[in-house]
Ligand binder design. Structure first.
Ligand code: NAP
Length: 286
């Protein structure tokens, strides 16, 4: 079959990638690669396996190699802070960077996890009840980004139920009094007057323990969002759908969080379409 050279990167291609250790599990090369092909952009997005002790030199090399920037994944998101020339307000508040943009030889660090969370929530459950308390399960890195996004959207109270209560209390220190740490074993009762339930723990993920929760006290007009995306249809989402609640799965967060970085590096706003979602679902199943 003849190869269409116009579909391949030229010598003028803009280059970005994802740094992680390991990085082979990352979906980002296919996600960004999909948009590059779809939008016929002269660009390239590659996996960058970077050992933790080489992160500083690898980030610095982005400038020398003329990269447009990179994404950061486990274990680099927090460690990258000290190597940035400038940080967005969001990255500072979250203490983590997932997007680096090279601007005039300077490294600008941002974090789009909260954007991805909220953009998908708004797309999948328009008019979600932002005027009622939310219950967030978990207090890790993802929960931090989620709290930031929910507070920005005016949620009056965020109850955080976490196995280790001290981590939920630490989030209150960061975000203030609208955060209410609650003991893990009270999570069912805390749902009584809530409008949104978010699972940001790793429970329910393939290979992890199940998430045990009873939604009996949760209003059927509430929204249940599980950021776990493997499996795509978690037990929590199945239970919520059976109650008549609107449900939001974790894949959209992953797809939407990539949009601001793509726009910054390649100059075009990409869209999360059903075709993209179907392609990534197919990829996840392989
Ligand atoms: P993390 O910082 O390691 O936090 C993990 C959280 O899960 C903590 O709150 C932890 O509680 C809780 N947890 C783990 N095992 C538990 C158990 N047996 N019982 C009760 N709680 C348990 O991880 P993260 O970065 O926040 O990510 C959390 C999950 O979200 C992962 O599954 C990740 O794949 C997913 N995620 C999805 C997206 C997306 O785009 N959809 C983005 C980011 C993350 P303790 O504090 O008590 O340890």
């Amino acid at each position: 079959m003849p190869v269409d050279l116009d579909s391949l990167p030229s010598g003028a291609a803009r280059v970005a990638g994802v740094m992680g250790w390991p990085v082979h599990h990352s979906r980002s090369p296919r996600l960004h690669g999909y948009w590059l092909r779809e939008l016929r952009i002269d660009g390239l997005y590659i996996p960058l396996p970077v050992r933790p002790d080489r992160l500083g030199s690898a980030l610095s090399a982005l400038r020398d190699l003329g990269f447009a920037g990179c994404n950061l994944t486990i274990p680099h998101k927090e460690a990258a802070l000290e190597f940035m020339d400038e940080l967005s307000e969001t990255a500072q508040r979250l203490g983590a960077v997932n997007t680096v943009v090279v601007q005039d030889g300077r490294l600008y660090g941002d974090n789009s996890d909260g954007f991805g969370f909220a953009a998908h929530l708004e797309a999948a459950a328009p008019g979600w009840p932002a005027d009622r308390p939310a219950l967030v399960l978990g207090a890790g890195g993802a929960a931090r980004a989620i709290c930031n996004a929910l507070l920005d959207r005016g949620v009056p109270e965020i109850r955080i139920a976490n196995r280790t209560l001290a981590k939920a209390e630490a989030l209150r220190q960061v975000f203030g009094e609208r955060i209410q740490p609650v003991p893990w074993n009270t999570r069912d009762a805390e749902l009584a007057d809530a409008g949104l339930l978010v699972n940001s723990t790793s429970l329910g993920m393939t290979g992890q323990n199940p998430l045990e929760i009873n939604l009996k006290q949760f209003s059927a007009d509430g929204v249940v969002y599980d950021i776990v995306y493997a499996p795509l249809q978690t037990d929590l989402l199945t239970q919520a759908a059976a109650r008549g609640c609107r449900t939001v799965d974790g894949l959209g967060m992953l797809l939407h969080q990539a949009r601001p970085a793509f726009a910054a590096w390649f100059g075009v706003e990409p869209e999360v379409t059903d075709a993209l979602r179907a392609a990534i679902v197919q990829d996840l199943m392989q």
